[in-house]
Ligand binder design. Structure first.
Ligand code: LEU
Length: 445
């Protein structure tokens, strides 16, 4: 059977943007920035996106398009009998860990959407949004229902296939989310206390930087660009060789970053206006945003629209995560797309059950240090496995491939910046990633 293909380059770009823009830009970016001191974190994160993220993204697309296979198959195709494909298995492991918690958070978003439809969130609940949210996530069954619904939607899109499912869904919703987010940002900066929020986000306090903050910024850059897991490699593999990659890559990277910054401009003024702690962790946006909506004119409609779009953004990212193992199992075991999507999706659902219970009956379970189940899975996947996946990608393109192969696979052959890119891929990105790791485990100071 012929391998599936995107209908157009624009379709590919939108799908890749759909993968990049998601909960990571709004939910994860804001709480990780909040926990890591704001401004200085933002600068590190931006530095990593442009210096490492976007160049490695181009490398990841190139491997996929050249290999024309899934994350394991592409490495095997391009370097038979070499151990590079092990990096592919690491990507598959990341996809399970990430979708395991991603779907739970997306379920919370769907629940909020529903509460804006039925009117319960139009006014501030008696207990306040904070306690109401805590009540939701610590409940045993309600979040499991919404998380299950989200997984069903994800599976349905993935089993419909590349063109009809993934590509179509991304086209309409992303632009709408962008417009809404900008409008919200404009509103948010008029809130009382906004200045303090903006200062927190934009004024770097260098004293806050330590090895943990640096690692968190690197992890966020990878997570937000969907990098290092094989999602972008798999998406790249559905692209015909005739399409050019560099401009698409830069477009996706910039777009993703702008989304995160605008989301920060929405959220941090509200954090200060409503006197919430910036370091309140994963619940942050679920408490601040409804607070904004409750104050603004037509807030209930805005809230409804916002959580609808956030859920869609999460969906277009989740499908790219599920696609990583689905594509692998389809090829390796000759499973149909339908069976593969359902089987793997169900396993991921059950992983998510563990994550969800981690906020309720298992809230005392802390697999890593004092991190709960979600935070532990996120830490391993985003701060360790994704950067390692990125390291493998950079080393593969920089060292396994000849200069000629690397430049032609990435369509950089005639571009002036080709040696800058190659220098980053060969030296800078690997060295940075290794140094950050060494520093975070305390080997260098
Ligand atoms: N890039 C996505 C996001 O920011 C996450 C990724 C793991 C698919 O939400």
């Amino acid at each position: 059977m012929a391998r599936e293909k995107w209908a157009s380059k624009l379709g590919f770009m939108l799908a890749a943007m759909g993968s990049a823009v998601g909960l990571g830009n709004i939910w994860r970016f804001s709480y990780v920035a909040g926990e890591n001191g704001g401004g200085a974190f933002l600068i590190l994160y931006l530095g990593f996106v442009f210096l490492i993220g976007i160049p490695v993204l181009l490398a990841e697309f190139s491997i996929g398009r050249q290999g024309q296979s899934d994350v394991v198959g592409s490495y095997k195709e391009l370097a038979p009998n070499k151990p590079w494909y092990l990096a592919g298995f690491m990507g598959i492991a990341s996809s399970f860990l990430i979708l395991g918690f991603y779907s739970v958070v997306a379920g919370w978003s769907l629940y909020y959407f529903w509460n804006y439809i039925n009117g319960s969130f139009w006014t501030i609940p008696d207990a306040g949004y904070g306690a109401t949210f805590e009540g939701l996530i610590s409940n045993t069954t309600t979040p499991l229902f919404w998380h299950g619904l989200f997984m069903v939607l994800t599976i349905l899109v993935v089993l419909t296939g590349i063109k009809k499912g993934i590509e179509k869904a991304s086209k309409v919703f992303m632009p709408t989310l962008a417009v809404l987010l900008v409008l919200l940002a404009i509103y948010s900066v008029t809130l009382e206390g906004a200045g303090e929020g903006l200062r927190f986000l934009f004024q770097p306090n260098w004293a806050k930087i330590d090895s943990g903050v640096i690692l968190a910024a690197l992890g966020q850059a990878f997570f937000s660009l969907s990098l290092g897991m094989g999602a972008m490699m798999t998406y790249g593999s559905y692209l015909p060789k005739s399409e050019s990659l560099p401009s698409a890559t830069v477009g996706i990277g910039i777009m993703d970053t702008v989304f995160a910054i605008v989301a920060g401009i929405v959220i941090f003024p509200a954090v200060y206006a409503f006197d919430i702690s910036a370091s309140s962790g994963p619940p942050l946006v679920f408490i601040t945003l409804p607070g904004i909506f409750a104050q603004m004119p037509f807030g209930s409609i805005v809230g409804l629209l916002f959580f609808f779009l956030l859920s869609i953004a999460a969906l277009s990212s989740a499908i790219s995560i599920l696609e990583v193992p689905v594509a692998y199992f389809m090829r390796r075991f000759k499973w149909s797309r339908r069976f593969s999507s359902i089987f793997i999706g169900v396993i991921m659902y059950f992983l998510g059950v563990v994550v969800s219970l981690g906020f309720g009956v298992w809230s005392g379970v802390t697999p890593i240090g004092d991190l709960g189940i979600l935070d532990s899975m996120d830490y391993v996947a985003s701060n360790i496995l994704l950067p390692l996946g990125g390291l493998a990608i950079a080393l593969f393109v920089g060292w396994q491939w000849s200069v000629k192969e690397a430049l032609s696979a990435s369509d950089m052959t005639n571009l002036g910046v080709r040696y800058v890119w190659l220098g980053i891929i060969k030296f800078l990105a690997p060295i940075f990633i290794v140094l950050i790791f060494l520093q975070s485990i305390g080997i260098i100071g």
